[in-house]
Design a protein around this ligand. Sequence first.
Ligand code: PLP
Length: 418
Amino acid sequence: MTSSEQLYQRGLKALPGGVNSPVRAMRSIGRDPIFIASGYGSHIRDVDGNDYVDWVGSWGPLILGHAHPDVTKAVTESVRRGTTFGAPTEGEVRLAELIAERIPSVEMLRMTSSGTEATMSALRLARAVTGRDRILKFAGGYHGHVDGLLSEAGSGLATQGIPASPGVPAAAAAETVTVPFNDPEALDNALKEHRFAAAIVEPVPANMGVVPAAEGFFKQLQEGIHANGGLLIADEVITGFRVHFNGGQAYTGLEPDLTVMGKIIGGGLPAGAVGGSRELLERFAPAGDVYQAGTLSGNPLAVAAGLATLAKLEPDAYVRLEALTARLVEGFAKAPNLSVGSVPGLLTPFFRAQAPTRYAEAAECDQEAYGAFARALLARGVYPPASQFEAWFPSLAHTDADVDRTLAAVAEALEELA
Ligand SMILES: *Cc1c(COP(=O)(O)O)cnc(C)c1O
């Protein structure tokens, strides 16, 4: 047995499915999980000493790659001064100021320890502000494992083919209206039929694979939800500081009332945030009456990692990320059985003739083929997302040599499949 196999056997007795988050188990690509020992730059090494070009990057946070020297230094310096105080620190103010400078719709923010908590808090705020309960979301959109947002969610739920989850109260599920993405008529009908507290959307949906919005769809959503009397929540947990210097909303022209962030802003440590106008954010306690709290919210280590990460993300970083993404997209697009969904910094090769425009189409992809493809890549030292419904995450640590090695492995893997 390999060391990964041994750890998995032990893990199965100590952790449900051997993991702490479902997609890590690699079940949907038909194999057992790989236990990772270390990562540096664009590469990771497993406990058996195998080296991989990593296209997952911990599912989004690691836009600078693993163990970036600046992040390591910032976290190391911070940890020496103590790990948490349950009292405010300077770094939190600086991080909030920096994010507010970059994201036009954000004047203030409240930090959390995860993206899930941030979306949960944003919904509470929207409900308090509007006095309404109902939420509009899109099929295939993933917004963390919040009860009311698990209906027809992407990411791990899509991977396992489960429309919702047992354990979600019927009352919570009933307050969520799910609409197909890029379907103007369905959106119009939902907006006519219900009075919403908010609509929540990823500026670039990336949890059913990468599926950008069709021309005009976000304009309809934004005008429609405002006419309805609800707020627009942009879930930028993935897109925030990945697809554009000023956030996914600048890339897509979305003008949300509330923005949810996570992943990159924690630089690889646990962090999330809800941002928006001063007027809305000051409804949060203690400025206002909407309760929201967290022992480790705005944790000094996470804030140090986030600040060090954002410091590296100058406009030229996005030019490099875009060029890197384009080379991968070009390579994938050459394969006859693949289509590609992409924006700068995010891409998904789909085993489908045409790139999907909504979840029902993404679900038609040949998942068996994706599984065989992913296994063949792993055997060649390339680590892809272990699901057809997740994005590939290029980082600034990836080199042209990494792309060459990946595309060579892709060509071999596709040949093996055929
Ligand atoms: C990852 C993700 C979340 C949840 O963040 P966690 O930190 O995993 O709780 C929410 N929304 C989107 C778009 C995500 O990709």
